[in-house]
Design a protein around this ligand. Structure first.
Ligand SMILES: Nc1ncnc2c1ncn2[C@@H]1O[C@H](COP(=O)(O)OP(=O)(O)OP(=O)(O)O)[C@@H](O)[C@H]1O
Length: 634
């Protein structure tokens, strides 16, 4: 009588063939899993090893989350939805980075398994190197969804698990993470591979919209708009391809890192036709790629999600009142008062000129103004006028057409001013702009029209202007280095950022900065606070943050206090508090020596004050006075 093997028994047999008999269980085990088993053997892992699930230290985990912020933001909602779908079936859910660090985890609402609870914790390294073969490690290595069931796991202890995972692929084609769902094998049959795959596709679509495209193009093989679509291309305002979902890359046969730069190079159509179609009826355009495949194309103008939760999508700027928004701290009461004023002026379209010494936070202020202004749904485009070579600055600012100059990008490119359309243009170090360019910039600022290099047509724009400089522009005008008409144009309202040494709430600011730099791990001692307060800070906040980072590094893991010895030596040396500090320290040393001598003398004289004073060669009254003085200062 032939007995039918269960799937678990079949996989166990295959495992035995491989690990005990040294043969390949051909056709029984997915090639990806076999390759993973071989890698584990190469790394001298024994299948009977104990698996340790260690989490990263808190600071490293914070950094990990920071690095993967875009991924976690895009994944949040799809993960919540998948969790709702699978948790009742006993599945725990996991989002990892490209290595296998758990970024976000969800436990199952039923059938919670102890092993899964231990492994599925944020910050745990679940890469192949640590936990052997798993669906997640195979998905990350192979770049495709996969199920790993029971005995297919490398380590014996994991054989009671059943997992399915799918890689998450960024719009540039790189694998940046994975989602994995795992439950006890006994709850099988059935895996939710299709669900994780679907969730990964949803995350990839969201990653695409993070590029803030002008148009999103859906590709379909059907002659009707698909309800959901995994073939998406994000396009910029000139038809440039910003990114695409992996399915497009797959059907168009495009490899990662190379491919067409513009949609017109991928399809036999004009970008203008797509723009027209996005505004008109929803009848699809037909597009053919080089391989001869034809697709129905559904372009739509990209709309940023509304900030008011639960409402329909909207392109209109946000309108929550200023008072509700959190202002950045600069440690200065008068600056905090002027901020809302500058914001109101900006919202009326007045250009703001931010002035202050180097490192005071002019760019931080510009960004804060933009983030709170009515242009915040547009881009913040910063250009450092001092950092671009004079020969390139014109192309960089105004853009160029195809072949406008040697080395110009094929198909032309918009300049920074054009990119700021609908948002804010921040001209940093405007005082360093070459005189010859100032008149051209003035024309653009007056008309809000831009003409690309090599072009004869102009484009109407709408952007908010913010400028910054550490120079005295009045003096530059007097020297003939800066146009006075440009100065009046950019200085709708001046905003002065005081140097660090003059800030009215310096102590609070120093402590806040310490908190930020050390991620709340350390505090400043009173002495350090005094040293920092009395230092001149020629490099302002930039220099302060470097000094605190220096101290944080020197303190290592041993102290939660920043002591004077951890500060950069030149800061301690130059701080006027140092002299007082030394005097106090010396005084302290002398006093403790005196106390020691007095106490020793008293002890040797068995408490007889006359004898003790005699031993020290001082009078009885002096002895008493010194003893009192020293004890009261302790
Ligand atoms: N209020 C603040 N809060 C937190 N960090 C700040 C603040 N102000 C400045 N910084 C930090 O200090 C550094 C210098 O800031 P920023 O570049 O804005 O200064 P800046 O005045 O524009 O300098 P420069 O004139 O050299 O261009 C940056 O690392 C910035 O993040």
């Amino acid at each position: 009588m032939s007995t039918q093997l269960t799937p678990f028994q079949r996989l166990s047999e295959a495992r035995k063939t491989f690990f005990q008999e040294g043969n390949l269980p051909t056709g029984l085990i997915d090639e990806a899993i076999l390759s993973s088993w071989k890698r584990c053997i190469d790394h001298h892992k024994s299948v009977t090893e104990r698996v340790v699930y260690e989490s990263l230290p808190r600071s490293s985990f914070k950094e990990l989350i920071n690095v993967n912020r875009k991924l976690t933001e895009a994944a949040n909602e799809p993960l919540e939805q998948l969790h709702r779908t699978v948790s009742g079936a006993g599945y725990a859910l996991l989002l990892t980075d490209h290595i296998g660090h758990a970024l976000n985890t969800y436990q199952a609402s039923s059938h919670s398994d102890k092993l899964i609870k231990q492994a599925f914790r944020p910050g745990v390294n679940l890469s192949e190197q640590y936990i052997g073969t798993s669906a997640m490690s195979c998905a990350l290595t192979e770049g495709r969804p996969i199920t790993v069931s029971g005995p297919e796991h490398y380590f014996s202890v994991n054989q009671r698990l059943n997992c399915a995972a799918a890689p998450i692929i960024a719009p540039n084609g790189q694998i940046i993470g994975s989602i994995d769902i795992t439950r006890e094998y006994s709850l099988a049959p059935g895996s939710a591979l299709a669900l994780v795959t679907h969730c990964a596709r949803a995350i990839e679509g969201r990653l695409l919209t993070q590029l803030a495209p002008y148009l999103i193009l859906q590709l379909s093989w059907q002659q009707q708009e698909p309800a959901t679509c995994d073939m998406l291309i994000a396009l910029g305002p000139e038809g440039e391809i910003l990114g695409m979902t992996p399915k497009v890359r797959e059907v168009a046969g495009l490899s990662v890192g190379c491919g067409p730069a513009n949609i017109q190079e991928l399809f036999d159509l004009r970008f203008g036709d797509l723009v027209d179609a996005s505004r008109g009826r929803r009848s699809p355009l037909l597009g053919q790629i080089h391989s001869g495949l034809s697709f129905a194309l559904y372009p739509s103008l990209y709309k940023k999600p509304s900030l008011i939760e639960g409402t329909a999508q909207s392109n209109s700027p946000r309108t929550e009142p200023i008072s509700k928004t959190l202002l950045p701290s600069f440690g200065d009461a008068s600056l905090a008062e002027r901020f809302p004023l500058a914001l109101r002026a900006m919202n009326k379209g007045l250009p703001i000129l931010i002035q202050g010494e180097t490192g005071t936070g002019k760019e931080v202020m510009a960004k804060a103004l933009h983030d709170k202004s009515n242009k915040r749904s547009g881009k913040f485009v910063a250009i450092n006028c001092a950092a671009i070579p004079e020969t390139l600055i014109e192309g960089e600012l105004f853009g160029h057409t195809d072949g406008a100059y040697t080395g110009a990008r094929r198909g032309g490119a918009p300049g920074k001013i054009e990119q700021a359309n609908g948002g804010t243009l921040f001209l940093d170090e405007i005082g360093d702009m070459p005189l010859a360019l100032q008149s051209r910039l003035l024309r653009v600022l007056e008309s809000q029209e831009v003409t690309r290099l090599g072009d004869s047509t102009t484009k109407q724009l709408n952007f908010q202007l913010l400028c910054a400089t550490h120079r005295d522009l009045n003096a530059a005008v007097a020297r003939g280095e800066f146009r006075d008409d440009l100065l009046y144009r950019v200085k709708g309202m001046p905003l002065w950022i005081p140097p660090l040494r003059e800030r009215s709430e310096l102590c609070e600011f120093l402590s806040e900065q310490c908190d930020q730099v050390t991620e709340g791990r350390r505090q400043l001692t009173q002495d350090v606070l005094k040293i920092l307060k009395d230092y001149d800070w020629p490099g302002n906040v930039r220099e302060l943050r470097h000094a605190l980072t220096h101290a944080d590094v020197l303190a290592e893991d041993s102290h939660d206090l920043i002591l004077p010895c951890y500060l950069p030596a030149d800061i301690v040396k130059k701080s006027s508090h140092r002299t007082t500090l030394l005097n106090e320290q010396q005084l302290g040393t002398l006093k403790s020596l005196e106390l020691e001598a007095i106490e020793e003398a008293l002890e040797q004289a068995s408490g007889d004050v006359n004898k003790a004073a005699k031993r020290l060669g001082i009078g009885r009254a002096t002895f008493y006075r010194k003893l009192k003085e020293i004890r009261s200062s302790q």
